[in-house]
Each structure stands twice: as C-alpha cells, then as structure tokens.
Design a protein around this ligand. Structure first.
Ligand SMILES: [Fe+2]
Length: 283
C-alpha cells in the first residue's frame, strides 16, 4: 500500500498542473508593449499604435473570451488587427458576433484576415465575413487596402491563410504600391516564405500560439506549421529572418503573436495569451 502514499504527491501535482493549464493560465492575458523603429516610416504614421489580436478561437463554450475582452477594453490603439483563427468550430461564428457586440467600440477601428480555422469543413466562411463586415471590421482576403491611420494612411496587404493553402501573394499585392510603407497581415508566419521579395515593412502573424505548452527543459513541441523554421513568437528582424527562414530580400520585420485562445487541447503552460501593442516609431 506504500506506493499509494508515494503516488499522492504526484497525482496532486498533476491535478494542480491540469487546473493551472485549463483554468488559470488561459485567463492571464499578458499585454505586451513594443516600439518598432523604422527610419523609413512616413512621418504621419510616427507614434501610431497597432493592437495585434490573434487566434481568438471563440467558441460556443466561452473558454477565456471574457478575460480577453477585459484585456482589450483596458488598452487603446489606433488600429486593431485581427490575424485569423477568430473562431473555433461552426458555432464560433455566432459566438464571435455576440462577443464583438459586447466589445463595441473597444475594438474599433479594426481590420481582419482569415486563418485556417475559418477554412475548416462546416465553416460558412462568407457568413463569417458578413458578420465581421456588418460590425465595420473589414476583412482582407488576398487584397490590399489603404486605411486612414494617424495623420495619414497605411497600406495594408491582407493575405488569406497559407497554412491551409489559400494564400495568393500575387493577387494580394496586385494593387499594392511598392513605394508605400506596407503592413502585411498573414495568419501563419510560414507565409513570409511566399512573399518573393514583395514589399513588407512589417508582417504580423499568429497561428503558432507560441507553442501553447512549453515543457520545462524542453520548450515547445510544435509550432503547427508545415515549414517549421522556428518563428514561434515575438519579434524577428530581417537578419533573424534570413538566418532562420532563409529570406534574403524578405520582410524588414515580423511579429508573431502567442495568440489569445487555444486550439487542440484547451491548455496553456508557461505561454500566456498575448495582446500585443505595437507602436510604430521613426526613432
Ligand atoms: Fe491557425
């Protein structure tokens, strides 16, 4: 019977770990703030702040959506950028619409792109886009937009999801002016491998969830990409991207969000949900 007493601490630790991963860590949204310095930034965009909202994975089962809404209400940005995987499952569309209605102006103005979750079977993607656009969130599907921002405007190229094979860079950049400072939105960081030297001053991506579960001494087990190049979370400059991804005329910079929701197992470990505030600066 002594083995039973020996097992009690291990079982208690396991229960505590599961509780932490399921109920506690997903609720502890970290607001990260970073200045991104670009000498070539147009003066009228100097000081504007982007709020990077990625991988919400809103479901009918609310998971951590209330904590995420609280985090969004606590910040102020000039533009909110949703980089895909907004929903999780077909019932996520209605849940997302309701969640957006509760947020109201706290998530405005906003622009969005699609992730692989929006292309899964049984997802009515056009219906999702209609729900977003009914709430003044423009959805860029392999297209370019010029949005009012700061004292001027910002060119934004929105790619559809590369992870599920929907990205069409040639189409997305067809109307882009290569002389303009350009923000590129793509759900998965592997999308930078398809840019083929097209102008991308800043790329915002998500999808990896930062690994979601970081095991002590091991780290992340998967970045959930087909072309795993270790772009797991945080900031990568052109040099980092050249080393890791072999992009020699690639983006000037890439920010990969750890995301806000969870996919697969609804667990997080040593990888808190992230709401990133990125301020563009000239110096
Ligand atoms: Fe994804």
């Amino acid at each position: 019977m002594s083995w039973i007493f020996a097992a009690v601490p291990a079982i208690a630790l396991l229960v505590w770990a599961l509780l932490h991963m399921r109920k506690i860590e997903p609720e502890r949204v970290e607001i990260t703030q970073r200045n991104l310095v670009y000498e070539n930034l147009p003066p009228e965009l100097d000081g504007v702040t982007l709020c990077h909202v990625s991988d919400l994975h809103i479901t009918a089962d609310p998971r951590n959506s209330a904590a995420v809404a609280d985090a969004i209400r606590s910040v102020k940005a000039d533009l909110y950028v949703l980089t895909g995987d907004m929903i999780h499952g077909p019932r996520g569309i209605g849940a997302l619409a309701k969640w957006l209605d509760q947020l109201g102006d706290s998530l405005a103005p906003a622009i969005a792109i699609l992730g692989n979750a929006e292309h899964k079977a049984r997802i009515n993607t056009p219906a999702l886009i209609r729900e977003l656009e009914a709430r003044s969130i423009r959805v860029l599907v392999n297209e370019t937009a010029v949005v009012p921002l700061g004292r001027g405007e910002l060119q934004v190229v929105g790619l559809d999801d590369p992870h599920s094979g929907h990205s069409r860079p040639a189409l997305a950049f067809a109307d882009a002016d290569p002389e303009k400072w350009t923000l590129v939105l793509v759900h998965s960081p592997e999308g930078i491998l398809d840019l083929d030297g097209r102008r991308a001053d800043l790329v915002l991506a998500g999808h990896t969830h930062g690994g979601q579960i970081l095991l002590p001494g091991i780290g992340w087990l998967s970045d959930n990409t087909h072309n795993s190049v270790g772009l797991i979370s945080g900031w990568y400059d052109r040099h980092d991207l050249a080393v890791k991804a072999g992009t020699h005329h690639g983006p000037k910079g890439l920010y990969v969000s750890r995301g806000l929701g969870t996919s697969g197992w609804p667990l997080r470990l040593r990888c808190r949900p992230e709401l990133a505030l990125l301020t563009l600066c000239r110096e």
